[in-house]
Ligand binder design. Structure first.
Ligand SMILES: *[C@@H]1O[C@H](CO)[C@@H](O)[C@H](O)[C@H]1NC(C)=O
Ligand SMILES: *[C@@H]1O[C@H](CO)[C@@H](O)[C@H](O)[C@H]1NC(C)=O
Ligand SMILES: *[C@@H]1O[C@H](CO)[C@@H](O)[C@H](O)[C@H]1NC(C)=O
Ligand SMILES: *[C@@H]1O[C@H](CO)[C@@H](O)[C@H](O)[C@H]1NC(C)=O
Length: 410
């Protein structure tokens, strides 16, 4: 267009008949910086420590070729090393137990099987959330076995595991997919005083909900099981980089969205929990007190306490900064949005053609929001069912607005 316009300009030099019309500039907000490229395994999450150490996870549920490590430290611009050890990333016999009637997740509490999320808490400890559900080479995610679904805490000074919390089968169903997690270490949150964690169950099999974990007693319980707000939305289909995003089930059926509640983040005061389903455009929240309560009427109270914040765009991960702003993905607009709980207004934080499927975000204490771009909609589990990803995958960062930084709930 520019060139033909230029030619017309040359030939009609003095006629002044060629005018530019307004167009989408394609970029908006702060510039984004490429921090790391992933040339090897397919990443989802990102965690950044107070000293700038970076960790990612690579769930074999989303890519059966993620066999060498579930968690790695990003050791340079383009290298990664299994974390906290090669051994914990190498379960004997693999992630899947093929000796059972039909293949199932291994029952190992001491090995990573399919890590969905890595998060660093306010005490600078790394937490690893394992769904226990790797995929077979044909891409079918197996059911978990007790021992597989777990939460592992790692001390970043010693690089050693300091706790392992297993979920009973009444909390992590065999078809659950524990996806993402947030921490509130304030002693006031529980009688045991060691803080609390909230987890999304994004199961594509549909038993979605929110799980609460008492980090002092290791007890966990579910809330909001199967309410519409944790489910995929009816026929909600984003388009990323011009490509429609439909899920393809392992049985070959094409659906408009499969993952239930997935993105999760706390308000900066820890009193409200926000979530989104990947197969939905809505943002919801609930007072965290309703999730910590596990009494006889607590589910009734929780269901009555959900707020809808309307359609904010399709998002995977969510994140919060110290100014209380909530960062959400916005598939289809090449953007990351901001939801301001103080006004209810959704606005664009940053746009860039390199942004597509923003998988996970982490606001770090250096005042940047780090985010992974992993082309998840181009994996074989999405229409048309072929692998269309182009390596490398990317980790970017952008400066947070208003000098915002990491929220420290402790
Ligand atoms: C895994 O890697 C093999 C060998 O490179 C390739 O043929 C296969 O398509 C890959 N599978 C997936 C799901 O990416
Ligand atoms: C595999 O399944 C068998 C039969 O249920 C069980 O005895 C064994 O402990 C399982 N092993 C792993 C690693 O899950
Ligand atoms: C990590 O381990 C060191 C050495 O045992 C200990 O001093 C420190 O308090 C631990 N850090 C946390 C956050 O628990
Ligand atoms: C951010 O910090 C700078 C340097 O301390 C200060 O000049 C500026 O006013 C701050 N901006 C906001 C929005 O707080």
């Amino acid at each position: 267009m520019m060139r033909s316009c230029f030619r017309i300009l040359l030939s009609l030099a003095l006629l002044g008949s060629c005018q530019q019309v307004a167009q989408d500039p394609g970029v908006y907000g702060p510039s984004i910086e490429l921090v790391h490229i992933y040339n090897d395994e397919f990443p989802t999450g990102i965690a950044v420590s107070s000293t700038g150490r970076k960790f990612s996870n690579y769930p074999p549920s989303l890519d059966p070729n993620n066999t060498k490590y579930n968690v790695a430290e990003l050791t340079s611009y383009d290298t990664e090393f299994p974390y906290p050890s090669v051994e914990i990333n190498s379960p004997p016999g693999g992630f899947i137990n093929y000796t059972t009637g039909s293949p199932a997740g291994a029952n190992y509490p001491n090995y990573f099987l399919s890590v969905q999320s890595v998060v660093i808490d306010a005490k600078d400890r790394l937490w690893v959330l394992d769904s226990g559900r790797a995929s077979t080479p044909t891409g079918a995610s197996v059911l978990s076995s007790y021992g597989g679904p777990k939460l592992i805490g790692i001390n970043l000074s010693t690089n050693e595991v300091f706790t392992t919390i297993l979920f009973p089968t009444t909390v992590a169903y065999s078809d659950s997919n524990f996806n993402d997690i947030r921490f509130d270490l304030r002693p006031s949150t529980t009688p045991s005083g060691q803080g609390i964690a909230y987890i999304t169950d994004s199961s594509t099999e549909g038993r979605n909900g929110i799980v609460t974990v008492d980090l002092g007693t290791s007890q966990s319980w579910r809330h909001l099981d199967n309410v519409p707000m944790v489910h995929v939305e009816f026929l909600s289909t984003p388009v990323i980089w011009g490509e429609p995003v439909y899920s393809v089930t392992s049985a070959g059926r094409i659906l408009s969205g499969a993952d239930g509640t997935d993105g999760i983040t706390l308000s900066s005061d820890g009193e409200t929990l926000f979530w989104t389903a990947v197969g939905s455009r809505y943002l919801y929240s609930i007072p965290t007190a309703r999730l910590r309560d596990n009494g006889p009427t607590s589910e009734l109270m929780a269901q009555g306490a959900i707020s809808s914040h309307g359609q904010i765009g399709t998002s995977d991960g969510l994140e919060t900064d110290s100014n209380g702003l909530i960062y959400t993905g916005n598939f289809g607009l090449n953007a990351i949005n901001i939801f301001d709980p103080a006004t209810g207004i959704v606005s664009v934080f940053v746009r860039d053609p390199r942004i597509g499927w923003t998988d996970s975000m982490a606001v770090a204490s250096d005042g940047y929001v780090y985010f992974t771009e992993n082309q998840l909609w181009r994996t074989p589990s999405h229409y048309p069912g072929t692998d269309r990803r182009v390596r490398p995958f990317a980790l970017f960062r952008a400066k947070v607005m208003g000098n915002g930084t990491k929220v420290q709930l402790m």
